[in-house]
Design a protein around this ligand. Sequence first.
Ligand code: B12
Ligand code: SF4
Length: 437
Amino acid sequence: MPAPKVALIYPPVTDPTSGYHSLCYLDTYARSRGLPAADIIDANIEAFHHSYTDAAVADLAARLSEPVAPDPLGFYRLEQLQAERLAVGDPDPAAIRAAVATMQDPVRFYDYDQYRHAVDSITAWMNCVGAMGYPGQFRSGFSPNAPAPMMLGSMKVLRREAAIARINRPFQHYYENSLLPRLAGRYDVVGINVTYQYQLPYALWLMRLIRRAMPDAFLIAGGTEISDTWKYMVDKSRLFELFDELDAVVVGEGETAYEHILRSRAAGELPAGHANVRLHPRHGAVRSLPLIYEPIRDLPTPDFSGLPWDSYLSPERFVYYSPTRGCYWNKCTFCDYGLNGDSPTSPWRQNTVDLMIRDVQRLSEVAKFVYFSVDVLARRRSCGSPSRSSSAASTCGGAPRSGWRSTGRRSAARCSSGPAAPRCRSVSSPATSASST
Ligand code: B12
Ligand code: SF4
């Protein structure tokens, strides 16, 4: 069987100023291993631009002229919803088109008054669009809001079709008229990234729609929110009650897991041999092995050419670049920073300076800004960082070149000569910026 044809999707609704990088990391890695390129679909930015096309505006006007429907969750009272709807202005497609032009214009974007006006227009537009779903769901533009029981992650609520359909109502026209027609019948594997918790209601709805439109496709998902869902689920055997439409999820880092999935599908097999892949129980026995972490020095420079660069609300291109993963301190008891199991965050890895220079030079040919998207960056080479000397890496217990296991707290505790605890907040410089939340 030939290698599967793959679409990788980044769902709404989040930052519209650049593309998120994890799908590019996966695709670049797979290509470096001889697999064909996937099509990367940034549904977040596409859905926004679709919302002010003529057909979508007509749909919006029709929806807003209907009486407000009761909340299927019963969380909001009808009068609350009606009052919220009254606070929304009339849709102004000309204003949103002008605002988009300002955000993408290298002169007007830097004129504060014009920039402010554009932001206000976009916020007003998102309020109108959001009024089709839960009024106030996009109150500050692209910072989504949802009824509290949904945001709290109640499985019962997240499986309530009427509620998930409602919050997705603002993008339904895009899904039905743009996204699904492009997917159906064209792909063997569809992968969905879910990074943020507030993307989950959109991702869950997409999973349903895609499964209905593509019953034979192999559907997978990964990302920090998928990993968090797995991590916090008390009874992990229930994971696929939430993700019933999927065939598998990837928990933790995804490069080798993704390659394994594609190779298994090419061979007509199930991807049952990678620790980070969790298969739907309908595919047989479910194992739960300790997660493995990628040896990031083997990763190629990420290729961002698959992203729709002319669509983002920014006059300049900027890309996210992750030359380190995890944290060399990894012991703060309050920390829970992503892709971790029993440790505060994932085990520490940092690329060599030479590799970082190579990558940043290549990336600066396609983007004006390179954003260091990391947990932490080491200020100096330490026992935990992958130095040029492999013995230094192994002193810290957990740095073989491949197949790292989650050593977490234990390896950090053995690191007696490590640097001081990092300041895990943004550090910026004009050329690049390094950050963690
Ligand atoms: C750097 C960072 C930021 C930066 C840059 C973000 C960006 N790049 O857009 C800044 C500071 C801007 C930021 C902001 C925020 N962040 Co932040 N951020 C991170 C951090 C530290 C690293 C993310 C990263 O670059 N990872 C490297 C990439 C390559 O890895 P990845 O995306 O996880 O993808 C891998 C796997 O997940 C998997 N995978 C991913 N998708 C898929 C799909 C498929 C099909 C498969 C098979 C596999 C797969 O494979 C990939 C490669 O290994 C993470 C913590 C962490 N360690 O993960 C938090 C994290 C993602 N952020 C988080 C949060 C909450 C936020 C904010 C909402 C904070 C706030 N209240 O404002 C904002 C939202 C910003 C927005 N875009 O709207 C949370 C998300 C938790 C959640 N479940 O919702 C995290 C996990 C930290 C935490 N635990 O609190 N963030
Ligand atoms: S230094 Fe920051 S990232 Fe590292 S363990 Fe502490 S809080 Fe977490």
